[in-house]
Design a protein around this ligand. Structure first.
Ligand SMILES: Cc1ncc(COP(=O)(O)O)c(C=O)c1O
Length: 459
C-alpha cells in the first residue's frame, strides 16, 4: 500500500490555501479576494452550501460559474465515479473504443433534437467552441465567424476571437482574422454579415451569460432562419445554459430551435471532472470526417475521459431523477416573483431579469436622492455599486454572488439547481437589506474607493 494520504497532506498544510495560491498560482487573484473580504478558508461543500473552517455556512449562488448544477459533492455522481474506479474500466484506448463514451453520446444526441446526430467530446467549454469554429469552417469551406456583442465563449484564442467584450480581448490582439460581432438582438446587422455568403457559423448564446441578457422576441428563430437562408451553420453555445440552467434541458428549447451545432460543458459532469462536447448535425461531421484518412481530424488526448463519461451519465440520471430541470423552472419563477418588486422599491434598481436559475439584477443612477454619491462611486469604477452589494451579501449574509462583468452594474447568480424555496427567500431578504444599506452609500465610499480596481468579474 502507498503511504500517500491526501488527508494527511491536507492536515499538515491546513490554512495555507490563500498564501500558497498567491505564491504559486495567482497573486493578483489573492489580492482581489483579500480586498473584497472573500478570503475565507473553505472546509467542505454540499449541495448549494459551502462551509468555512469556522463551520459557518454560506449559500453558494455562483455554483462554480454554473457547473454545480446537480449540487456540490453530489453523492450519486460521486458513487458513479467511485464505481468507475473500482470497475477498473479500460479507459482511453487511443486506438480502440470503449462503451461509456458511446452511451453518453447517445443520451446527449437524444436530448438535443432530431438534427443532432454526432457528438465530439472535449474537456471544457472553450474546447467545445474551438471545435465548433474549426469543424464549422472546414464543413462549410467558409472562413468567417459571426458572434454577438457581449457574448462569452471561453478564453482560448479561437473562442476569444468570438468574444464580444473588450475587457477580455483588448490586450490580446491580434486575434484570429475573419471574426465579426453584431449586436445581440439585431437581425438586420446579422443579415448584413450573412448576406455575403462567406460566414461559416453564427455563434450565439441563447441567454448571454455576462449580464444574463435575454433575447428579444423572435430573435433566435429569426437568426436560425437567416442562417439557413445564407448557408451559415447555426451554433448555439449552451455551455452555461445547458442541462437545466434556464428551466429547459437546453435553453434553445424555449424557442423550439433546431441548431446545427450545440456546445456543452459545465454541469455535464456534476462539477467533478472536466468535460465538454460539441453536438452536431451529421452533415457537419461527415463533411470533415469524410474518409478513413480523416478519421482523426479533431480530438484531444484526454477526451473522452472515462471518469468524465461516468460522471456525465450519472449527472443526466440525477437531473431526471430529482426533476432538477423542472425545479430550475419553478424556482426561477419564484425568484423573479420575489425580486421583481425591487425595481419599484428602489430607485437604484433598474432591472431584474432571469430565466430558470440564471438571474441578474441591474443597478442604475437613481433619479432622486443618492445620485451624487452613486456617480462618484461609478466614476471610481463602473460597476462598483454592484460590488457594494456583492461584498456585504457575502461578508454579512454569507451569500456568494458576483458582479456579472467588467464595467457593469449587474449582479448575476448561477446557483446549483438543488436550491430550496427557503434559500431563495433567504437570498431575497438579504438582497433587499443589502440594497437598502448600499443606498446609504457615504459610509461605504471609503471602501468603494479602495476597492476600485478590485471588482472581480470573470466568466
Ligand atoms: C457560454 C459559454 N461558453 C463557453 C465558456 C467557456 O467554458 P470553459 O470555461 O469551460 O472553457 C463559458 C464559460 O463560462 C460560457 O459561459
Amino acid at each position: 500500500m502507498s503511504d500517500f494520504s491526501l488527508e494527511a497532506l491536507l492536515d499538515s498544510r491546513r490554512g495555507e490555501d490563500l498564501d500558497l495560491w498567491a505564491r504559486t498560482i495567482n497573486p493578483q487573484f489573492a489580492r482581489v479576494l483579500r480586498t473584497i473580504g472573500f478570503d475565507r478558508t473553505w472546509a467542505r461543500a454540499e449541495g448549494a452550501y459551502l462551509y468555512d473552517t469556522d463551520g459557518a455556512r454560506y449559500l453558494d449562488l455562483l455554483g462554480g460559474f454554473g457547473m454545480y448544477g446537480v449540487g456540490r459533492n453530489n453523492p450519486r455522481v460521486r458513487a458513479a465515479l467511485v464505481e468507475a474506479l473500482e470497475l477498473e474500466t479500460p479507459g482511453m484506448l487511443a486506438m480502440g473504443t470503449t462503451l461509456l463514451p458511446g452511451l453518453l453520446a447517445e443520451e446527449l444526441i437524444g436530448l438535443a433534437g432530431p438534427r443532432i446526430e454526432r457528438c465530439l467530446f472535449t474537456s471544457s467549454g472553450t474546447e467545445s467552441v474551438e471545435a465548433a469554429i474549426k469543424l464549422g469552417r472546414a464543413a462549410t469551406k467558409r472562413e468567417r465567424v459571426v458572434s454577438a456583442a457581449h457574448g462569452f465563449h471561453g478564453l482560448t484564442l479561437g473562442s476569444l476571437s468570438a468574444n464580444g467584450n473588450d475587457e477580455f480581448t483588448a490586450r490580446f490582439q491580434p486575434l484570429l482574422p475573419g471574426f465579426a460581432q453584431v449586436p445581440f438582438g439585431d437581425l438586420e446587422a446579422l443579415e448584413a454579415e450573412l448576406r455575403r455568403e462567406d460566414v461559416a457559423l453564427f455563434l450565439v448564446e441563447a441567454v448571454q451569460g455576462k449580464g444574463i441578457n435575454l433575447p428579444p422576441d423572435g430573435y433566435l428563430a429569426g437568426a436560425q432562419e437567416l442562417c439557413r437562408r445564407y448557408g451559415t451553420l447555426f451554433c448555439v453555445d449552451e455551455v452555461m445554459t445547458g442541462f437545466g440552467r434556464t428551466g429547459r434541458m437546453f435553453a434553445f428549447q424555449h424557442w423550439g430551435l433546431d441548431p446545427d451545432l450545440v456546445t456543452v460543458a459545465k454541469t455535464l459532469s456534476g462539477g467533478y471532472v472536466p468535460v465538454g462536447a460539441l453536438l452536431m448535425a451529421r452533415s457537419v461531421h461527415e463533411a470533415v470526417f469524410d474518409s478513413m484518412s480523416h478519421a482523426m481530424s479533431h480530438g484531444s488526448t484526454f477526451a473522452p475521459n472515462e471518469l468524465a463519461m461516468a460522471a456525465g451519465l450519472a449527472t443526466l440520471h440525477e437531473l431526471r431523477e430529482q426533476r432538477l430541470v423542472e425545479e430550475s423552472a419553478r424556482l426561477g419563477e419564484r425568484l423573479l416573483e420575489l425580486t421583481r418588486p425591487l425595481v419599484d422599491e428602489f430607485d437604484v434598481v433598474r432591472d431584474v431579469r432571469g430565466l430558470g436559475l440564471a438571474w441578474a439584477i441591474e443597478f442604475a443612477e437613481p433619479k432622486g436622492g443618492g445620485r451624487r454619491t452613486y456617480r462618484m462611486i461609478e466614476r471610481a469604477q463602473r460597476g462598483l455599486f454592484a460590488q457594494l452589494v456583492v461584498v456585504p451579501l457575502f461578508t454579512k449574509h454569507r451569500i456568494l454572488t458576483q458582479v456579472a462583468g467588467h464595467d457593469m452594474a449587474v449582479i448575476r447568480i448561477l446557483p446549483p439547481l438543488v436550491l430550496t424555496d427557503a434559500d431563495v427567500e433567504e437570498f431575497t431578504d438579504a438582497l433587499r437589506q443589502t440594497i437598502r444599506g448600499a443606498q446609504g452609500m457615504p459610509s461605504l465610499t471609503k471602501f468603494a474607493l479602495t476597492a476600485a480596481g478590485a471588482a472581480v468579474s470573470r466568466r
